[in-house]
Design a protein around this ligand. Structure first.
Ligand code: ADP
Length: 572
């Protein structure tokens, strides 16, 4: 699991996240390091050999040496290509492992966060962290050490070879390095700010897409398509402005580096050329040196690039750390108290208090629901009925009081076990993309075809199921099913889950009375003798119940006979 550690500096934080994953691929990492060092060495030898070719071979008139050196050049060339291919393949393997590993950790973390987090965070914001920021960190975590290793190695080898050729020219090549470092340090805030702005705009654009796609039908019905296009254009404009600023920052800082290292090369040209013209230096040495100077400029620029890359990665790292700092509101207990099987489904709320902010939604809510009760829960909109269900399914824990299932406090029960025993069917159940079979298997991966068909039959979807319906696609937004069918499919899922407690949260509201009663009839048949809680504002639609409770002013009370439409009640 990805955990934030504010006591660590960002580079150490990045290492703490990346190291365990890189360690899992130790052999690949070793291959990448060895191959890239070999590649760098193969690339550095030719200028040295060129000097021998010119001074000893050509000027010295040794044809045999010229031919021998040409053969060595050929071997180096082919070897270089082979080494580079192998090195890149190994690098790809390592890089993918790190990217996927980091992303899986962030995803695992996201799956533990409470509904309140998802209610206040825009989808695109999460997407951009999950995708763009994780990729940025992964790129840096691998590219940077590789680039530093390669850069330092190449520089060291080049330095040794250059010093052996001419210490004076070597000093000239590195004369401008302090200026390059100063330029980098000065451009740092600029790079960081522009990257931050770009990531923010990119997240805003992702949010725009996520939210608009979900609301497409509403956009069409509201004749808002043109306005949405204008909205997208505005996002594009903002994104482009941020992108341009970020590119300008990179180009500016990178350009300055190139000019400075170009000046170093020019110095070598001028001084080396003058020395060779005066006969104080051999032509071969000057030729080799010019090649080394440009080659040494490469690693220097790479190191500068790493520094600039770090400014970008830092922004992404901070954004991932923010996400990792979001703590789950609940956790499964390390030593859960096992529920006695079969689970009876007896629920108890004892002076429960809960609020999202300072204001309490539930305050002193107390209720006993004996096993097998069919309970109707009524209450005004916003009274806290769905909140109560979220507490029962343990998306949150109460701030005071206790909730118990079969006498065991919910926070002591294994979370997965609790959610297996306490299933909620919503007013608009979530259906996953894929077929009806996929949707059923989502909650019951091991159920066989017979069990799936039985569940669909019991939920009143038998006709659809028998007409090859298991393979029927549900559609990306479950748009190919009617609302009644979606509810029945959700009920079939609940049947497969076989819980001790079933909760219907306004499930049948808005349906024709006969359809609502048919669905409730199916529930009563399948779940007879088990605890059922039906949240409703229309008691007629839930059929006969054992008890009615109203949630009012944060408490569970006997219903107000006027407000709960007493004439419709049929309590058994
Ligand atoms: P009901 O299901 O009875 O209509 P809810 O449980 O959905 O009521 O909401 C109870 C109260 O809590 C409402 O005032 C609602 O605005 C508030 N509420 C619900 N969810 C959140 C949330 N994620 N963050 C803040 N307040 C919330």
């Amino acid at each position: 699991m990805i955990t934030p550690d504010r006591t660590r500096s960002l580079p150490l934080q990045a290492l703490a996240w990346a190291l365990p994953l890189v360690r899992e691929r130790g052999a690949t990492l070793a291959a990448v390091v060895i191959l890239s060092c070999l590649g760098s060495a193969a690339a550095l030898l030719p200028p040295y050999l060129t000097q021998r070719l010119v001074d000893d071979g050509i000027v010295g008139g040794k044809v045999e040496l010229v031919l021998q050196l040409c053969a060595v050049f050929l071997v180096l060339m082919v070897g270089g290509v082979l080494i580079e291919t192998l090195s890149r393949l190994s690098y790809l393997k390592l890089s993918a492992h790190l990217l996927f590993g980091l992303r899986e950790q962030v995803w695992r973390h996201l799956q533990t966060l409470a509904p309140t987090y998802y209610a206040r965070t825009r989808g695109g914001e999460i997407l951009s962290r999950l995708d763009g920021d994780v990729a940025e960190v992964q790129r840096f975590a691998l590219d940077a050490p590789m680039a530093v290793l390669n850069g330092v190695f190449s520089l060291a080898v080049a330095l040794v070879l250059m010093l052996s050729l001419s210490p004076l020219l070597t000093a000239l090549v590195f004369a401008l390095v302090p200026l390059q470092v100063a330029a980098l340090i000065l451009s740092r805030p600029w790079l960081e700010r522009s990257t931050h702005a770009m990531r923010k705009e990119s997240a805003a654009m992702s949010s725009f897409f996520v939210e608009s796609l979900r609301a497409m039908k509403f956009i069409q019905a509201s004749n808002a398509a043109r306005r949405q296009e204008a909205g997208l254009r505005a996002h594009h404009g903002d994104y482009f402005a941020a992108l341009r600023r970020s590119q300008l920052a990179s180009l500016g800082a990178g350009g300055l580096q190139r000019v400075l290292s170009g000046l170093g090369v020019l110095l070598v040209f001028a001084v080396g050329g003058a020395l060779a013209a005066a006969g104080d230096l051999s032509v071969g040495v000057v030729v080799a040196f010019i090649a080394y100077t440009t080659r040494a400029a490469g690693p220097l620029q790479t190191l500068a690039g790493v520094f600039m890359g770090w400014q970008r990665a830092k922004v992404s790292l901070e954004r991932i750390r923010e996400l990792a700092a979001e703590r789950p509101t609940v956790q499964s207990p390390a030593q859960p108290v096992p529920l006695a099987h079969p689970v009876r489904g007896e629920l108890r709320l004892d002076a429960v208090r809960f609020g999202y902010g300072t204001e309490a939604v539930l305050e002193g809510a107390t209720l006993d629901i004996p096993s097998g009760t069919k309970l109707a829960l009524v209450g005004a909109s916003g009274a806290g009925k769905s909140t109560l269900i979220d507490l029962l399914q343990r998306h949150y824990d109460p701030q005071a009081g206790r909730l118990l299932l079969d006498g065991v406090r919910l926070d002591l029960v294994d979370l997965a076990e609790l959610r297996r025993q306490l299933v909620v069917v919503d007013q608009e159940p979530v259906l996953m993309p894929g077929s009806i079979r996929d949707n059923l298997r989502f909650v019951a991966p091991d159920a066989d075809e017979t069990a799936l068909m039985r569940a669909l039959d019991l939920a009143g979807l038998g006709k659809l199921a028998h007409a090859g319906g298991l393979d029927r696609p549900v559609g990306a937004m479950a748009a190919t099913l009617s609302r009644g069918e979606r509810l029945r499919l959700a009920l079939a899922r609940a049947i497969l889950q076989d819980p001790a407690v079933l909760i219907l949260d306004e499930t049948t509201s808005g349906l024709d009375l006969p359809v609502a009663q048919a669905i409730i009839g199916a529930v009563d048949r399948v779940f007879a003798g088990r605890t059922r809680i039906l949240i409703t504002h229309n008691l007629a639609s839930v059929g006969a119940v054992d008890r009615i409770v109203e949630l009012r002013d944060g408490r569970l009370v006997e219903p107000d006979p006027v407000r709960s439409a007493a004439p419709l009640l049929r309590v058994v």
